[in-house]
Design a binder for this molecule. Structure first.
Ligand code: MN
Length: 246
């Protein structure tokens, strides 16, 4: 999971970055509100840790800007403040922060909040995928044919290519789950998703996309469950494709 830490105090920034890094997070930093907003836009992190008192643009204002920007509004923001005053929490939540924590940082507590946010993102993805799955077809032959301008020879060729490429990707995915490698799981599920979209197999592609999403969030635990669904969808797809004339 990629976290952007926006904090102006160099020592706090460096220390928290190292501590989070040691817990396995990929951490990038920014030193003020302006730089922070630019970093969010260019890095598109999975989560932002936002110090509230920042130079140039303060944390509350930066949060409002990010939450009013289409591209970034979905990114969870956890506010960090040194003042344990009750009003800070409300102000942070009012500005659009999803959560709030106080300094000095209790790392276990902060990690719980980070994981809690990541889980909510996964839950939302699962829910959205389920909605999509209700209407998704296994193989959309018409859509594919239209895209390849009704070239029957090309259809055979594309499906042949698919048959020769996907088994290795399924092996890579399985290996990545066993070895708990989120990065390689993300890469192989992304590749499989691309292949499935190319042949117009929406149902299986939704599962591949979900696998990509959970791996992006570092959720290897969730991955096993999604992989089972993907495998079932791939079996169904193969069944349908075997009826295509080769
Ligand atoms: Mn500060």
């Amino acid at each position: 999971m990629k976290i952007l830490l926006i904090e102006d105090n160099e020592m706090n920034r460096d220390m928290l970055m190292r501590r989070l890094h040691r817990r396995g997070y990929d951490v990038e930093t920014a030193a003020d509100g302006e730089e922070g907003i630019e970093a969010v836009l260019s890095l598109m992190p999975d989560l932002v840790l936002m110090d509230i008192s920042l130079p140039k643009i303060d944390g509350l204002q930066a949060t409002r800007i990010l939450k009013n920007t289409e591209k970034t509004r979905h990114i969870p923001i956890i506010a960090l403040t040194a003042h344990a005053m009750s009003g800070d929490r409300d102000r942070a939540l009012d500005a659009g922060c999803e959560d709030y924590d106080t300094k000095p940082i209790d790392l276990d507590r902060l990690v719980r909040k980070i994981e809690n946010r990541a889980q909510k993102v996964i839950d939302k993805t699962v829910l959205e995928s389920k909605k999509e799955l209700d209407t998704a077809v296994i193989f959309n032959r018409d859509e594919l044919m239209e895209r390849i301008e009704y070239d029957g020879e090309l259809l055979t060729h594309i499906l042949d290519l698919f048959q020769s490429h996907y088994p290795q990707l399924m092996i890579d995915i399985q290996q990545a789950i066993i070895s708990e490698s989120a990065a390689s799981l993300q890469y192989s599920s992304h590749s499989l998703k691309g292949l499935l979209l190319e042949i117009s197999a929406p149902c299986a592609s939704i599962w591949a996309q979900q696998l990509e999403e959970v791996s992006r969030q570092g959720g290897i635990g969730e991955a096993t469950h999604v992989y089972v669904q993907l495998k079932a969808a791939m079996a169904e797809l193969n069944q349908v494709l075997s009826n295509e004339a080769f």
